[in-house]
Design a protein around this ligand. Structure first.
Ligand code: GLY
Ligand code: MN
Ligand code: MN
Length: 436
């Protein structure tokens, strides 16, 4: 796809400082990892179609017994070739000397400018070095092209191996959510439930979470990206959990909302049933040939009708949908692509039209309703209720497959699961003494 006379340059993600000399756990750049499987920082992959000595060149750290004693093992140049399939491997420290030479006489450089700002200035310097050789008959590349379009279309359609990794992440995450339901009871802290999820993920094949877990009791469920998770769970509230594990760099993304005490109140149940019906209507629209926006349109229709029925919106469905009256209570879209990144790559429109679903795509379906405390004109009984239900759905040749169905979402099923023996004994945990 790159064509002759091209070169593609993909850097690994840099390490990131957490504070002072402590770093965040390292996670590869998804584009880099997708093409190389190489898990270390300080690496650059270079693809050179037609290069006689080999088309895949990897710059990486050299073996170094002392550094490896302190900071961990390295594949080294031999490992890059033997274990990761590089045709040629060079030391990362030599990239400045070698890379400009690889760019000579190429027409096109595929490089995603702006994604790795530290490297952008080097790219310009390397290009200028090649340009200076014009009088020696060296031709400098004339075009810089983002690799995103080609690569992200590839990432959007998952292979059998990728689906397997996603199924594993989905299964473990679904089971983790079941554990969280079984553990939940009034008086626990939100982060104690987070601990149940993380423990399950890590002991069942997901070394990391795919994103920071959202564990929001009561009105915290109305904050879309609530990640403090530091409040005490109250009898009578709902708990919204949005959490997923990552397996071999592939994400799961699941949300469930359930009662802290195991029993939905009448108001909670009424609102929950609306979201559940909206989610089911949206999932039914995930079919090859349907377009990206159909699940969202289906969800909006059911949510709007439900809000009218409960007296939260007043008017006719057609007019309210046109006016987007639901947006007060449903302010996000119904899903996103899912893959190596939780909000995965891939265009949503093609030639300005919503794109059609194709087998191998994976997306989330996640409608919600969030009735913030103090919502004007809304009866008190609805206020402070936040509900989202999210599953991961694969488009198949004939329809779809829900990858996360192992965690219940029907009211009766949730209540039955929560009625069993509690998994976590209630015990007091130290609360923060100092408020800032
Ligand atoms: N967990 C992020 C999302 O649901 O989009
Ligand atoms: Mn999501
Ligand atoms: Mn989510």
């Amino acid at each position: 796809m790159l064509g002759d006379n091209s070169i593609a340059i993909l850097p690994a993600a840099p390490e990131r400082t957490r504070s002072r000399d402590v770093e965040h756990p390292y996670r590869s750049d998804s584009d880099f990892y997708y093409l190389t499987g190489f898990p270390e920082p300080e690496a650059i992959a270079v693809l050179i179609p037609g290069r006689k000595q080999g088309q895949f060149v990897l710059f990486c750290r050299e073996r170094d017994p002392e550094m490896e004693t302190w900071n961990g093992r390295r594949a080294g140049l031999d490992g890059a070739k033997d274990d990761y399939g590089a045709d040629d491997a060079f030391p990362f420290s030599d990239v400045d000397d070698i890379l400009p030479g690889l760019m000579e006489n190429k027409e096109r450089v595929f490089y995603s400018m702006g994604t790795h700002p530290d490297l952008d200035s080097h790219m310009i310097e390397w290009l200028n070095r090649v340009r200076k050789k014009a009088r020696a008959g060296v031709h400098a590349p004339g075009e810089f092209v983002s690799l995103d379009h080609l690569l992200h279309e590839m990432r959007l359609i998952k292979s059998t191996a990728e689906i397997q990794a996603m199924k594993k992440a989905a299964k473990v995450s679904a089971e983790g959510h079941c554990r969280a339901m079984q553990a939940c009871q009034p008086g626990l802290m939100e982060y104690q439930i987070e601990a149940v999820l993380l423990h399950y993920f890590m002991t069942h094949g997901c070394r990391h979470s795919a994103y920071p877990s959202i564990v929001g009791g009561g009105e915290n469920g109305c904050i879309l990206h609530y990640t403090e998770n530091e409040a005490e769970l109250q009898d009578g509230d709902l708990l919204l959990i949005d959490a997923g594990g990552e397996h071999d760099n592939y994400a799961a993304d699941i949300t469930r909302t359930f009662p802290v005490n195991g029993k939905f109140s009448v108001a909670q149940r009424a609102l929950y049933e609306v979201v559940l019906a909206a989610q089911q209507a949206a999932i039914n629209k995930v079919q090859p040939g349907n377009h990206w926006n159909e699940p969202h349109q289906a969800a909006v229709k059911v949510l709007t009708k439900g809000l009218i029925k409960l007296g939260i919106l007043k008017g006719t469905p057609g007019k309210l949908i046109k006016e987007e009256a639901y947006r007060r209570f449903y302010m996000h879209r119904t899903g996103h692509w899912l893959g190596m990144d939780v909000h995965d790559v891939g265009d949503y429109k093609v030639d300005n039209e919503w794109r059609e679903f194709e087998p191998g795509m994976v997306l989330t379906v996640e409608p919600g309703l969030y009735i913030a405390p103090g919502s004007k004109g809304v009866a008190k009984k609805w206020q402070g209720i936040g509900i989202r239900i999210e599953d991961d759905v694969r488009v198949t040749r004939t329809g779809h497959e829900v990858l996360t169905s192992a965690v219940p979402k029907e009211v009766d099923q949730i209540e039955a699961l929560m009625a069993g023996e509690k998994l976590v004994a209630k015990k007091k945990v130290a609360k923060k003494k100092h408020k800032i």
